[in-house]
Design a protein around this ligand. Structure first.
Ligand code: FES
Ligand code: FES
Length: 154
């Protein structure tokens, strides 16, 4: 599979999840293991641009696919992705454990065109839980990033 733009060959048991493959085989520990049961969103990554819960996805299912984890968002010269920057500017995290999944989901949410209003953002980010309750800041960060990304692509 391609991970963050690099081709990776892995020999893993057919039961290994994409989450464990990223964390334990490729040392990409930015993707967090929260519930490991598909309920918290901490493990969200993108496969071919679409968000998936990597704890519920087998590594084998991503064979040949393009996987993006939080480590792959910033550009190679170190510039943060607009969503990462806006999360920082809006103080949209506290403990940070849910943040990588929130950011990955936010990137997809904006690309899907689901960042039109606060309610829409809340609904399409509802699969990502944040126990410390940074939700209002997260919505603000996504709104700002969506506006910036729309301007950039105009
Ligand atoms: S760790 Fe995958 S949804 Fe919680
Ligand atoms: S930043 Fe702490 S749970 Fe979300």
């Amino acid at each position: 599979m391609q991970v963050n733009g690099q081709s990776q060959q892995m020999q893993v048991d057919s039961r290994v999840t994409l989450l464990d493959a990223l964390r334990e085989h490729l040392n990409l520990t930015g993707t967090k293991k929260g519930c490991d049961q598909g309920q918290c969103g901490a493990c969200t990554v993108l496969i071919n641009g679409q968000r998936v819960l990597s704890c519920l996805t087998l590594a084998a299912q991503a064979d040949g696919a393009d996987v993006t984890s939080i480590e792959g968002l910033a550009s190679t010269d170190g510039d943060l992705h607009p969503v990462q920057r806006c999360f920082m500017e809006n103080d949209a995290f506290q403990c940070g454990y849910c943040t990588p999944g929130q950011i990955m989901s936010a990137v997809a949410c904006i690309k899907e065109g689901h960042a039109g209003s606060d309610d829409e953002i809340r609904e399409y980010m509802s699969g990502n839980l944040c126990r410390c309750g940074a939700y209002p800041h997260i919505v603000d960060a996504i709104k700002q990033a969506a506006a910036e990304m729309a301007k950039e692509s105009a």
